[in-house]
Design a protein around this ligand. Structure first.
Ligand SMILES: Cc1cc2nc3c(=O)[nH]c(=O)nc-3n(C[C@H](O)[C@H](O)[C@H](O)COP(=O)(O)OP(=O)(O)OC[C@H]3O[C@@H](n4cnc5c(N)ncnc54)[C@H](O)[C@@H]3O)c2cc1C
Length: 505
């Protein structure tokens, strides 16, 4: 692609907000455009502060660090970060044998085992009695179980994709100092007024310290308050509350054990789910719940009981979440990134994915079409589709759950508010067809790979009852599970414990 340098060269871009979204954006823009004379300024209010949560990522964050040239030893120790190979879902299903499953990040080892899993799920969906739980088929599940990190020993040529866990505040600090060192101007003040020109474009931001900060383009990273996109430009917000009932969270840290885990654990609770995120110095815990079904006090008590902290005076933090997305992420001369553009509950730790995707899409679009907005509609469509795709995958967890212990779970299980894309995927699964082929053939929009869908639906045990095997059937070509176990076991021998992989010096 040829770079259209004329339209953004020497422009000035102002970012409002210094949370993770603001500093990721600042680093990406300065890295890409500093040599085009683009000036980047970031304004953040020390009084307002950041949301201070968001400690899990997918492999997308690794691609961001790789792209801006930051190596792991440079940032991970400073952010108390650990490696993450996937997420365990515990107690979401009540089906015997499926009370827990693991959603792995992909690895090259899957090439030898995923087909066997797909084959078994295919047979099991026809009622044939084969082993069809995902965990025995994926290397990352074994690494998680053993608390191993994702980096193989030097002589073992299998790549495992991975994400990270990190302290959100420390990550913000790291990204801030890096961006400033590379030339991003930093203003610490609260924006109290937004000045617009006659055509509606944003012209300048006025701060409580009397500064006026003008720019050609503005990026709204002001968090849930969405000061530019929603408050000033009045972009409507589309709530996802009809599909996703959770709107609150309570957060409590606990001590880290000697052997640090390499997975996030998401455990279903009475009115939502609790995360457990291992960092080097502590475990981050939080309960994401629906305030329509339980009070903040009840949620805190349930979380404390789970963590053995009923008698402890460790303070809990309570947060409200606004779940949904704006109608347009890029409007006039303003782009929304982060919580200001939308949020989907953090069940699959996807918020920073959407941040990185939006920023990358913006850079690519501007380089192709300029800053004036010619590529705006395309970006809005793609980012909206990204949000809808993630929402569908999260909603699937709730639709297929088999808990019935509270109204919350019963209502989730019977919720008919399902997008056509998700409905199609569930239908394909139930009719026993190949998910991968059908997703491709029917052009079903999804950001998740077929493997992720197979793991989710197989992991929850969405299978019919076992039927007596006919004489000529798939079970005749049985996958040898002992061979799969041995293969995965031998692969896993080439990965050291997470603790050892975190020794950077
Ligand atoms: C309970 C919960 C759990 C989460 N877990 C995950 C997870 O596991 N993984 C994941 O990827 N994401 C997760 N997220 C999302 C993640 O926390 C956010 O996407 C991420 O932190 C980015 O936030 P932000 O920068 O958009 O907003 P914020 O962190 O809220 O930052 C907003 C910034 O704007 C500034 N600001 C606002 N108004 C003004 C003003 N008028 N003047 C000056 N400055 C202003 C503030 O000072 C602040 O610097 C979670 C979110 C919640 C609520």
């Amino acid at each position: 692609m040829t770079m259209n340098t004329g339209t953004h060269q020497n422009k000035s871009i102002v970012i409002l907000g210094g949370g993770t979204a603001g500093w990721i954006t600042a680093n990406a823009l300065i890295h890409r455009w500093a040599d085009r004379g683009v000036a980047v300024t970031l304004i953040e209010s020390p009084d307002i502060g950041t949301v201070g949560v968001g400690e899990g990522s997918t492999p997308r964050l690794k691609r961001f660090f790789d792209a801006i040239g930051v190596a792991e030893p440079e940032w991970m120790p400073k952010c108390n970060a650990t490696y993450k190979v996937g997420i365990s879902f515990a107690n979401w299903s009540t089906k015997a044998g499926f009370e827990r499953y693991f959603h792995p990040f992909p690895s090259q080892a899957d090439r030898h085992t995923a087909t066997a899993y797909y084959f078994n799920t295919y047979a099991r969906r026809l009622g044939i009695d084969l082993h069809a739980h995902p965990d025995r088929f994926f290397l990352a599940a074994r690494l998680a179980e053993n608390r191993q990190g994702p980096k193989p020993d030097e002589n073992f040529p299998i790549v495992v994709e991975y994400g990270y866990h990190f302290d959100a505040n420390l990550l913000g600090d790291f990204l801030r100092s890096r961006a400033i060192a590379r030339g991003v101007a930093h203003v610490q003040a609260k924006v109290v007024e937004v000045m617009q020109s006659a055509d509606g474009d944003i012209r300048e931001l006025l701060t409580d310290s009397g500064q006026s900060i003008a720019g050609d383009f503005f990026v709204d990273c002001s968090g849930f308050r969405s000061q530019l996109l929603q408050q000033t430009l009045r972009i409507p917000f589309r709530s996802f509350a009809a599909n996703l009932f959770n709107d609150s969270a309570v957060v409590l840290p606990t001590e880290q054990s000697a052997q640090i885990g390499s997975q996030t654990i998401s455990t279903a609770m009475k009115y939502g789910w609790a995360w457990e995120i291992p960092l080097t110095h502590r475990i981050g815990n939080g309960y994401v719940y629906s305030s329509g079904y339980c009070s903040a006090d009840e949620a805190e008590t349930e979380l404390r009981a789970r963590l053995g902290l009923l008698e402890s005076d460790t303070p809990a933090r309570h947060l409200k979440m606004k779940v949904g997305r704006v109608e347009s992420h890029w409007h006039r001369n303003c782009l929304g990134v982060g919580l200001s553009q939308g949020f989907i509950e953090p069940l699959e730790a996807t918020a920073l994915n959407l941040v990185c995707n939006t920023v990358d899409d913006f850079i690519t679009t501007v380089e192709a079409h300029g800053l004036e907005g010619d590529g705006r509609d395309g970006l809005n469509d793609r980012v909206n589709q990204g949000f809808e795709n993630v929402r569908d995958y999260i909603v699937a967890h709730y639709i297929v759950n088999s808990r019935s212990d509270t109204d919350y779970w019963r209502r989730n299980g019977s919720n008919g508010e399902v997008s056509p894309a998700l409905r199609q995927i569930l239908e394909i699964w139930k009719t026993g067809k190949s998910l991968s082929l059908e997703i491709e053939r029917q052009k079903i929009p999804t950001s998740y790979t077929a493997m992720s869908w197979y793991c989710l639906l197989g992991g929850y045990g969405i299978y019919p009852d076992i039927r007596p095997a006919p004489a000529d059937n798939a079970a005749g070509r049985k996958v040898n599970m002992a061979e799969i176990d041995a293969y995965i076991g031998r692969c896993a021998m080439n990965f050291r414990l997470q603790n050892e992989q975190l020794q950077f010096s």
